[in-house]
Design a protein around this ligand. Structure first.
Ligand code: KG4
Ligand code: ZN
Length: 353
């Protein structure tokens, strides 16, 4: 018997994502973004995002079915993001998914968006260890709303939080810093691009929750050993920019962007590797929108190699929000025999991992 065919629906923020997988094989990943509508507001407007999902849903679904070469009736289960995310946006995807489940008689699976960012790392793996989650696996989840290091015993029922940000998420820090530097929204890709022309050592910005004398080695006192803090960094960038302005000088945007990025990525990778070492986790999955960052991908690969940690980094289109990640986790739930969700499943905007 072939592996189950899963349809994944993602509408937690501004991307309408429809993905189709067969087991861990990716068949289609169609995304329609309403980002252009939010740019002039400098952030996602929930009402606009929800309306955009409503308009984009059917055409995106059609495209995904066409790309995968399957029909709705072939699908074995429908997976949909139930949270966390914007309530109105989530409700559009959930309502559509419930309608499809009701019409086709196929089981519905409510999916945790954060765990789905991790599960996407299992898709289309070319390595010899196979698609199953390796034992001793950790996940570094870095998105617009979350920055977490997790121990992942099982994607279906054993995910343990080892550390997280105590203030801003990494993506939030990118977005706020980009706004401050006049680089626009979304900030992550803008800073990534601007940083390419800058010197990452031009400014020494703080690495939150590390002790100064151990900077870069991830040492920090007690309970915050595996936690991050990015709000001080944001303030330091603002102060640096102000000093140039006060002297009537042009702000060295590229150098600040590169130095900011180096600070974020240095502390993210140092602490992730340290958490893996302390918990004897030898495999690391990287997930979430910030995982698209070029310097993060580079430095994490370097530090994991040094530490003997096997790193999995999904292709960039699978890092930012998409339906394939939802389908990927749906496939894991089906394979593990997890019972389907009720058709009454609510949207949970603050669902934890
Ligand atoms: O996972 P995601 O698409 O949505 C959430 O679930 O939050 O993550 C969005 C975040 C935004 O903050 C965006 O600025 C950031 O991911 N991001 C990046 C890059 N691409 C997207 N951050 C740094 N570098 C990038 N290349
Ligand atoms: Zn996300």
């Amino acid at each position: 018997m072939s592996e189950p065919l899963i349809l994944g629906i993602e509408t937690s923020c501004d991307e309408t994502g429809i993905g189709i997988v067969r087991g861990t094989q990716l068949l289609a990943n169609e995304v329609a973004s309403s980002m252009d509508l939010h740019v002039r507001f400098g952030g996602v407007i929930p009402e606009i995002a929800a309306r955009a999902h409503l308009e984009a849903f059917t055409p995106t679904l059609r495209r995904a079915l066409e790309t995968a070469g399957v029909q709705l009736k072939d699908v074995d289960a429908i997976a949909v993001t139930a949270g966390p995310g914007l309530a109105g946006a989530l409700m559009v995807g959930l309502s559509a998914a419930k309608g499809l489940a009701l019409a086709t008689g196929k089981p519905l699976y409510g999916i945790n968006h954060l765990v789905a960012h991790v599960a996407v790392g299992l898709l289309d793996r070319a390595d010899t260890t196979g698609p199953a989650l390796a034992p001793n696996t950790a996940a570094l989840l870095v998105s617009g709303g979350h920055t977490e290091i997790l121990r992942v015993g099982s994607l279906t029922d054993d995910v343990q939080l080892l550390g997280s940000t105590i203030d801003d998420a990494a993506g939030e820090a990118y977005d706020k810093t980009a706004r401050l530097l006049g680089l626009g929204y979304p900030g992550g890709p803008a800073i990534d691009r601007a940083a390419r022309g800058g010197d990452p050592a031009a400014f020494r910005f703080p690495r939150g929750l590390t002790m100064p004398k151990f900077e870069g080695t991830a040492e920090a006192p007690g309970k915050h050993r595996h936690n991050w803090s990015f709000s001080g960094l944001k303030t330091a960038v603002a102060r640096a920019a102000e000093q140039f302005q006060a002297q009537g000088l042009e702000i060295p945007v590229a150098d600040i962007a590169a130095s900011f990025q180096e600070a974020v990525v240095d502390v993210l990778t140092a602490k992730a590797v340290r958490a893996c070492q302390e918990h004897r986790l030898t495999n690391l999955l990287l997930g979430g929108g910030v995982a698209a960052n070029s310097r993060l991908r580079e430095l994490l690969a370097q530090r994991c190699a040094q530490a003997g940690i096997e790193l999995t980094v999904p292709p960039i289109p699978l890092c930012t929000d998409n339906g394939a990640m939802v389908a990927a986790l749906g496939a894991q739930l089906v394979a593990a025999g997890v019972p389907a969700s009720s058709l009454a499943i609510p949207a949970d905007s603050s669902l934890p991992v």
